[in-house]
Every structure is written in C-alpha cells, then in structure tokens.
Design a protein around this ligand. Structure first.
Ligand SMILES: *[C@@H]1O[C@H](CO)[C@@H](O)[C@H](O)[C@H]1NC(C)=O
Length: 285
C-alpha cells in the first residue's frame, strides 16, 4: 500500500515537472508510459497531460497528438504551420495569423514550380513585378495579380498600398507614374487629390501631401479636377468622351439614372412602380 502511493506520488512529480512550460517542453521522443500502469495511469505520461493537439516547442509546423497517453508526432503540410489556438482542434494554417516567433523552426521546404513551399503565397520571381504573386496549394500554383496600383505584401500575403508593403523597388514612385506636387504643410494635411493624367476614371490621393495612392471613380464617372470629386464623365468637359467605345449613350444613361429597384412582392407598403414606357401594360395608380 505504502509502496503504491509512493509510485503515484512519483508519477505526479513527473507530471508536475513536465507541465512547467520550460524551453525543453518538446516531447522529442515518444515518452515511455509510466512503468506502473495501475488504475491511475490513464493520463499519466511524461509529456502528455491531456488528450488533444499540442504545438512543438521549437518547430512551428510540428505538433503532437495525445490520445489515451499515447503521443504521435505530426507535421503540417509544407508551408503551413500548426494553429495552437485550441488543443481540441487539429488545425494547420498559412502562417499569416499565427505567431511562430517562439517556435521559429520549420520543416525542410519542398519547392515546386513558382512555389517556394507546397502551400502558401509567394512573390513573383521578378522583383519588379510588384503586384504579381503565386498562390500554391499542394505544389500547384495559381498566378494572381493585385488590383492595379497595389503591391503584393509578403508579410501579410495580401495586396496593399505600395507605401504599406514597403517592398524594395515597389515604392509608390515605382508603381505609379505619378509624383505628388510639392505643397505647403497645411495643404499637405488635407491629403490633396489630383486627376490621373492618363485615365479619366482615376485619381491620386496624396497622403500627407507626398505619398500617392491611386483611387478610382465608379464606371461612367470621371474625376473632376476642379471640384476634386467623381462626377458623371459627360459632365466633366475634358472627360466627356472618355467612355466612348466602351459604353453606349444608353448605357451611360442607365448608369446615371439607375432604374428604381422593384418593390418586394410582399410586406411592402409602397407599391409604386417606376413609370417606364412599357406598352401600356402598366396601369397608373
Ligand atoms: C498652402 O497652399 C494652399 C494651396 O496652394 C493655399 O491655398 C494656402 O493659402 C497655402 N497656405 C499657406 C499657409 O501658405
């Protein structure tokens, strides 16, 4: 009897010391089950205090599954890292929202065409292709281009403004053929806008007067450099013909005067319909 409680006590000590999250938490070798496996043994192992999924202490894409005291070492697909948000979930994700700073090691990359690793977002090989990148899934790539004027941002895996991406050779001045005119400090703080000299639909906002960001008006509109606003192109003298060949006058009319949306069939208090010439089918109320 005394011997048995001593054994249990020894187990508890092992358990307690393994629960301390020190650097060597890494259960590198599948731990031997505690020798004395009497009725108390279910959750007693040297490093698996609970069932579930646990991150490796050093390698972000390695984790362990603990099940009935058994420990199984596992690896995320190449390019993904273990999401240690909940021990109940076995989840590997792309690394953007997972903090790997405390466990920075990763498996040896398995590259494929345009893919540094089997999974993930990767910059274009040509650093001058600021807005192009690849999305790789199981080693198969998809080439993606950011919306015009945006730069692929390695750190976040999304397209962002050139000044935010801070990518070498992909600054605002490289991406846009536009330089913010020098202005005084007071005016700079209003983030002045300027028409894109090459495209009526677009304009530049100069953040703090010096960092250009390209922005656009709705289809059918043009940036009016006098009012500094988007306006129907046909009302902006220098852009009146901008959509010729792309949109007909009828299409422009429709954009400028969108048809009133139809009322919902039920529960609508107002049943007024837009009056449009429609072969007398419509009876006026
Ligand atoms: C700054 O520039 C704006 C626009 O050019 C001008 O209207 C304003 O008077 C200037 N302000 C000062 C303090 O110089």
């Amino acid at each position: 009897m005394a011997l048995k409680s001593l054994a249990v006590l020894a187990c508890l000590i092992v358990l307690a010391s393994s629960a301390v999250p020190k650097k060597g938490r890494k259960p590198a070798n599948p731990p031997a089950r505690v020798a004395d496996d009497s009725e108390t043994d279910a959750e007693i192992t040297s490093s698996c205090p609970d069932d579930g999924f646990f991150a490796d202490a050093e390698q972000c894409d390695k984790y362990y599954e603990c099940r009935n005291g058994q420990i199984i070492e596992k690896l995320c697909p190449d390019g993904m890292v273990f999401n240690d948000y909940s021990p109940e979930e076995e989840k590997c994700d792309l690394p953007f929202n997972i903090d790997c700073s405390q466990r920075p090691k990763l498996q040896e990359p398995i590259p494929a065409e345009h893919c540094v690793r089997q999974n993930g977002y990767f910059s274009h090989e040509d650093p001058k292709e600021c807005g192009k990148f690849y999305y790789c899934v199981d080693g198969k790539f998809n080439a993606i281009t950011c919306p015009e004027g945006l730069v692929y941002n390695d750190k976040s895996g999304i397209c962002t403004w050139a000044d935010e991406a801070k990518k070498k050779g992909c600054g605002a001045a490289d991406v846009f053929k536009f330089e913010c005119p020098a202005v005084n400090e007071t005016f700079a703080l209003t983030h002045p806008r300027y028409a894109d000299p090459d495209d009526c639909q677009f304009f530049y906002v100069c953040i703090n007067g010096n960092t250009p960001r390209r922005s656009g008006c709705k289809l059918g509109q043009a940036f009016d450099d006098v009012s500094k606003k988007c306006e129907w192109a046909r009302r902006v003298p220098e852009c009146a013909d901008w959509y010729k060949g792309q949109l007909t006058d009828a299409e422009l009319d429709a954009l400028e005067n969108p048809p009133t949306p139809k009322p919902k069939p039920s529960g609508s208090s107002s049943r007024r319909k837009p009056m449009r010439p429609s072969k007398g089918k419509q009876i006026e109320e």
